[in-house]
Design a protein around this ligand. Structure first.
Ligand code: F6R
Length: 364
């Protein structure tokens, strides 16, 4: 049932404050200020390396997690798409954690990769949305998302719930490794607990995002740029746009522009720049200015400070609430989803059932 919504995708985008709160409830003890796992005595302290494997949008959630695990827990992370991982000869030492992320818990390549990691004596953790799925059954550490059934083929609420679980896992790992003081842990709990309100803040920009969808809807090609955890978000933004609006879109690490893709830039290629203010902001803005100098039309997604500092000269800006780096990707996912959604609606495509795609990919 779509309720008051025109499409399941729209409904699912709007469910995010509730389902993220629902998901985080299993990972936070709010009043005690503690981060926990659904299996409370699961010991993460001996983990020397994490191998993250997934497909599609779930892979991009894993890519965000790589940045977090390295930054907050100082644990080395390998990351691969499942269809590559299983046909490489990945080197996995004993004592490693292999982490699989999947909405359905049935994706054939991810499941095969899980079984391969099992044969390589890894501890198997899974982030899945379907608790009865095959991956859930085969896990040592089951980390559920509580997004509820996702009907739209394009993943939205499952992604933000995956990010929520992965943020909590990163904090747990940091704690197990002794990197987190009690006050830092309390602060992280407070920040994560604010995620649903921050998502609501992002949803409040729905109409202004709808109003600028026309900038994208007429384009043949679109680029998305980001740095740090905004790089996987750029990739996710491009994936969402291409799969539901059929516009060709590419996500790039902002710093890679001058190594090739800048050759594509002219006044016909809109460039979506995802850049919250913070330590990486100036670098990304200088990449953005290189685009503008070549006539590229920039659509900037940032917070108030970022839009104040760099919004001039952009064809459009989207202002997000200012949030902690551990929840920023969860919040910035929303404008990226809404933009793809409104562009697809403007083009009149079948938003919930895009051509050639299936919700669960159980063939290899
Ligand atoms: C994109 C999308 C797909 C899935 C991918 C993995 O919107 O939905 O890229 O993310 O097929 O599916 P799961 O997470 O079920 O393993």
């Amino acid at each position: 049932d779509k309720g008051n919504h025109r499409h399941f995708m729209q409904k699912e985008i709007y469910e995010q404050p509730i389902v993220v709160a629902q998901t985080l409830r299993s990972y936070l003890q709010r009043f005690e200020g503690k981060i926990v796992l659904p299996i409370p005595d699961f010991d993460l302290s001996g983990i020397k390396r994490v191998t993250i494997v997934a497909c599609g949008t779930s892979f991009y959630a894993g890519m965000v997690a790589k940045y977090w695990f390295e930054q907050f827990a100082r644990v080395p992370v390998d990351l691969d798409v499942a269809s590559e991982f299983r046909y490489r000869a990945p080197v996995m030492e004993e004592g490693g954690l292999a982490l699989f992320i999947s909405q359905s818990g049935e994706t054939a390549d991810t499941l095969a990769a899980l079984r391969h990691a099992r044969s390589e004596k890894q501890t198997i953790a899974v982030v899945v949305n379907v608790p009865t799925s095959t991956m859930a059954r085969e896990a040592d550490l089951l980390l559920p998302t509580h997004a509820g059934p996702e009907i739209g083929v394009a993943s939205t609420k499952a992604f933000s719930c995956q990010l929520s679980v992965l943020a909590a896992l990163a904090a747990n790992l940091a704690k197990a490794k002794g990197w987190l003081s009690e006050s830092e842990e309390r602060n992280i709990v407070r920040q994560l607990a604010e995620a649903p309100a921050a998502i609501n803040g992002a949803l409040a920009y729905d109409e202004s995002i709808e109003a600028i969808a026309g900038v994208i809807a007429g384009a043949r090609d679109v680029l998305y740029l980001g740095r740090g955890t905004d790089y996987p978000l750029a990739l996710e933004g491009a994936l969402k746009l291409k799969e539901i609006s059929y516009i060709h879109a590419e996500g790039y690490a902002a710093g890679e522009m001058k190594h090739g893709p800048i050759a594509l830039i002219d006044e016909n290629v809109p460039v979506v720049v995802i850049a919250p203010s913070g330590p990486l902001f100036d670098k990304t803005v200088s990449n953005m200015q290189e685009v503008q100098a070549r006539g590229g039309k920039v659509l900037l997604i940032s917070d108030y400070d970022g839009v104040e500092a760099a919004g001039e000269g952009c064809v459009a800006t989207i202002t997000m609430p200012k949030v902690h780096p551990l929840i920023a990707p969860i919040v910035y996912a929303v404008p990226v989803q809404l933009l793809a959604y409104h562009v697809a609606v403007a083009k009149g495509t079948d938003v919930d059932q895009p051509r050639n795609l299936a919700k669960s990919v159980t063939v290899e």
